[in-house]
Ligand binder design. Structure first.
Ligand code: IMP
Length: 430
């Protein structure tokens, strides 16, 4: 038995929710270790649909502990709204079922406002962010002026911290022609929310260490995907955290051996939301068809996702960078009924062939995909629970993907229903 980290291997939206849900049924503790309420995942438990953003999926299951680790940026107001929402759906969120790391950074209204100002400004790079304040909050953490969860337990010294933070933010706001923020008003707002968040704030590293020593099963729940990683993604069109599996250790406060098995979630085709390079993007009728059949609209912002063929070069690269042990292949059914499928097996940039995506922004936007064509299948893969249920061409597609990405497929998900999976290997049993 081992602890498992689940991460997205493309640009997010790979269908992590269903897999995390499936695994969390057998975990005692579920830990978020990066990102914030820019993430969105849908869980279906006993026929009931829950849409979570910041809350770890463990929270909606009785007797489990959900942990928000130090690597997460927490918007207290968004968190309270989400708690109120799930409580309205009959889930009780208590200090026994949710813990927030003392050293997690808070997202304040200044952060979401700055994020939105930058995204709507005519100058600078437009990233296509979720405008949730994720990037500005991480900037403040690195700039050592952030307000953290633990500060909500010591409100007497909050005013000085807020003033220090606003020296920086008000200078930026002047640059954007926005009104300055009043330190007293912001302090008051934080002091008001503090008692509602305080009961959840704990030394999470200690809780996790105790859980591990007690033999509890821990599931690390990643958000976004490797190609949005601030170091390894398609920079600058990335999110502001590390999304690779190594972050599960850093962002929770457990050592590098915390994770025994890394399950990478891979969609059978490719999608991206927001700006940035996308070598296999299809702006034609095929792209439209993939989007419609796959219901490719953002869970958080409702934006239409860009769609394209499976890019084996990028996935192979992400697997290696992120240390993925095995893959859960999702949404195979979206490819049902295509006469021909294409898979990207290499790139051409200025006449030269590449078997990886170089880091330069110019090179990334000049990439031309080299495709291998594969025969599609006529039958349906929806709801398949064994290899025998799949059309022969679908099996061929999965096997070819496996070969190209150089990692084994541990499971194939064949519908949004939790039990519609073909399981080759149980990630917890290692
Ligand atoms: P931010 O994380 O809001 O700063 O957005 C940075 C980039 O990451 C944008 O391209 C977003 O569309 C993308 N992004 C952030 N969160 C998600 C997610 O959960 N799924 C897919 N894309 C995301």
């Amino acid at each position: 038995m081992t602890d498992v980290a689940v991460i997205g291997v493309q640009w997010g939206d790979e269908g992590k929710g269903k897999i995390v849900d499936w695994l969390s049924a057998r975990a005692d503790v579920v830990v978020r270790f990066q990102g914030g309420h820019n993430a969105g995942h849908t869980l279906v438990i006993d026929g009931k649909v829950y849409k979570l953003s910041l809350l770890p999926s463990g929270v909606v299951r009785e007797g489990r502990l959900g942990v928000i680790g130090s690597g997460v940026v927490v918007d207290p107001w968004a968190l309270l709204a989400e708690i109120a929402r799930v409580e309205g759906e009959g889930v009780k969120v208590t200090a026994e079922s949710l813990a927030i790391a003392e050293n997690a950074t808070l997202i304040l209204p200044v952060h979401s406002e700055l994020d939105a100002m930058r995204e709507t400004s005519n100058s600078g790079v437009k990233i296509g962010t979720t405008k949730r304040g994720i990037g500005p909050a991480y900037e403040d953490r690195a700039g050592r002026r952030a307000i953290r969860a633990v500060d909500l337990l010591h409100t007497e010294s909050l005013a000085a911290k807020v003033e220090n933070l606003l020296v920086h933010h008000n200078a930026l706001r002047r640059g954007h022609g926005a009104a300055e923020i009043d330190a007293d008003a912001l302090t008051e707002k934080i002091v008001e929310v503090a008692p509602k968040i305080a009961p959840f704030v704990k030394p999470v590293w200690k809780l996790l260490d105790e859980a591990r020593r007690a033999g509890k099963r821990i599931l690390f729940e990643g958000a976004q995907g490797v190609l949005l990683d601030v170091d390894h993604g398609t920079y600058p069109y990335v999110t502001s955290s590390n999304t690779v599996a190594g972050q599960a250790a850093t962002g929770s406060g457990l050592g590098p051996r915390a994770v025994g098995y890394v399950l990478g979630i891979v969609k059978a085709y490719t999608t991206r939301v927001g700006e940035g390079p996308f070598p296999t993007e299809l702006t034609d009728a095929i792209g439209e068809k993939l989007g419609q059949r796959g219901h490719e609209f953002g869970t958080v912002t409702g934006r239409k996702r860009r769609c394209g063929w499976f890019d084996a070069v990028l996935v192979r690269q992400s697997m290696k960078i992120a240390g993925v042990d095995g893959v859960a292949l999702t949404k195979l059914d979206v490819l049902d009924g295509f006469d021909e499928l294409k898979v990207c097996v290499g790139y051409e940039i200025d006449g030269a062939r590449y078997d990886y995506l170089p880091a330069g922004r110019d090179a990334q936007s000049a990439v031309k995909p080299i495709y291998e064509a594969m025969e599609g299948w006529k039958g349906s893969t929806v709801g398949a629970r064994s290899w025998a249920d799949l059309p022969a061409e679908a099996v061929k597609y999965v096997r070819r993907v496996e070969e190209l990405i150089e990692r084994p497929v541990a499971l194939v998900s064949t519908s949004p229903e939790r039990d519609d999976v073909i399981l080759m290997k149980d990630p917890f049993e290692n």
